[in-house]
Design a protein around this ligand. Structure first.
Ligand code: KG4
Ligand code: ZN
Length: 343
């Protein structure tokens, strides 16, 4: 059978990452290295990712991170079957740095180039830990995206729902910023939420009961800002609002996903057996528990990547690249970086 060795590069947001992965089929994947350099400290003073700072940091770090990933894997450049990089969607300066590095290597080594959609990387990420055959229902929740997709096959997606305004991760980040909890918001809100009462602050559940699987988070973010303004702005308020916000987001994601599960069952009948949550927000433990219960009560198996592969990483890009290579879907060296690229 196939035995592919792929180097993956990720640079679409604020992590510079490289990984070497062995691929013997969609249910036989081995991560030989996964190096991630976070830029959190550089962006923290601004409470969000600054594109210009991100692009410069990617350019400075990318060669060293790639070398480190190769070193740790113990493999030689010559033994690679292909070089994969995120080619969109994302902050264009960062995407260009990673894609250029991959093009240079592919050209110098005379190996195929794989231009990977970052969202497809997240979509396939549960397979970094365990087999998860197509089709599956995917809830993709990250800083830039909130979508429900039927993943029918490689590169074959049906969108069942998406956010009409903010992404779920954006709501976490903005709520954290309002309360001064630090950047990135998600993990900080989760920490404060553990000390608070999720029933203490009344927050809306946008689109609840609606007959579609779309999301809206802008109202929730505004309600958090109002609750914070009206509070004593103490540590207790931080904890209670964080807990109530996390509960509201989990309620909304679970309720909307329930609608999508019904649509997914209509599409796939007997084959509608698996549910996957992926993307940075999937690292949230309360949310994972909530969605595990939802899957069980709908007779579906629950899949999620291990915590460290929920947020941006290059192993998922190497995996998507390897899957493309196995399917014969290689790219020209002239392939362009794409700031927008919906699945
Ligand atoms: O997938 P990701 O690393 O980057 C994008 O592709 O956007 O997702 C980052 C997002 C951020 O908004 C961050 O606050 C959120 O994921 N996040 C979390 C947690 N860890 C990261 N949200 C909630 N709980 C967490 N533990
Ligand atoms: Zn991402």
């Amino acid at each position: 059978g196939q035995d592919l060795l792929v180097l993956g590069i990720e640079s679409s947001c604020d992590e510079t990452a490289a990984s070497v992965l062995r691929y013997r089929g969609e249910d036989d994947v081995e991560i030989l290295s996964s190096i991630i350099a976070s830029q959190d400290e550089a962006h923290a003073p601004f409470g969000g990712v600054v594109p210009e700072i991100a692009a410069r940091a990617h350019m400075q770090k990318i060669d060293g991170i790639v070398e480190q990933a190769m070193d740790v894997s113990g493999m030689s450049y010559e033994s690679l079957s292909g070089v994969a990089a995120t080619s969109g969607p994302g902050l264009i300066g960062g995407v260009i740095s990673g894609l250029l590095a991959a093009k240079g290597l592919a050209l110098a080594l005379d190996k195929p180039l794989l231009a990977v959609n970052h969202l497809e990387g997240h979509a396939l990420s549960p397979r970094l830990a365990e087999p998860c055959p197509f089709p599956y229902l995917l809830l993709l929740v990250s800083g830039g995206h909130t979508q429900l997709l039927s993943v029918n096959g490689l590169g074959d997606y049906t969108r069942l729902g998406s956010t009409v305004d903010d992404a779920a991760g954006e709501a976490f980040d903005k709520s954290a910023k309002v309360m001064g909890l630090g950047f990135p918001g998600g993990p900080n809100v989760e920490k404060w939420a553990a000390k608070g009462d999720p029933k203490s602050v009344k927050l809306p559940r946008p689109f609840k009961g609606r007959d579609h699987a779309d999301f809206s988070f802008a109202g929730l973010k505004t309600a958090v800002a109002r609750a914070w303004e009206a509070s004593e702005q103490t540590d207790k308020a931080k904890a209670d609002i964080s807990a109530s916000f996390q509960r509201a987001v989990s309620d909304v994601l679970a309720e909307r996903t329930g609608k999508a599960m019904a649509m997914f069952k209509d599409m796939h009948g007997e084959d509608a057996k698996r549910f996957v949550v992926a993307g940075g927000v999937a690292a949230n433990k309360a949310l994972r528990e909530r969605l595990t219960q939802l899957a069980i009560s709908n007779g579906m198996s629950f899949f999620a990547p291990p915590l460290k592969f929920c947020t941006d990483n290059a192993a998922m890009i190497a995996l998507a690249g390897a899957a493309k290579l196995a399917a014969g879907q290689t790219d020209e060296l002239g392939v362009k970086a794409r700031p927008r690229w919906p699945l």
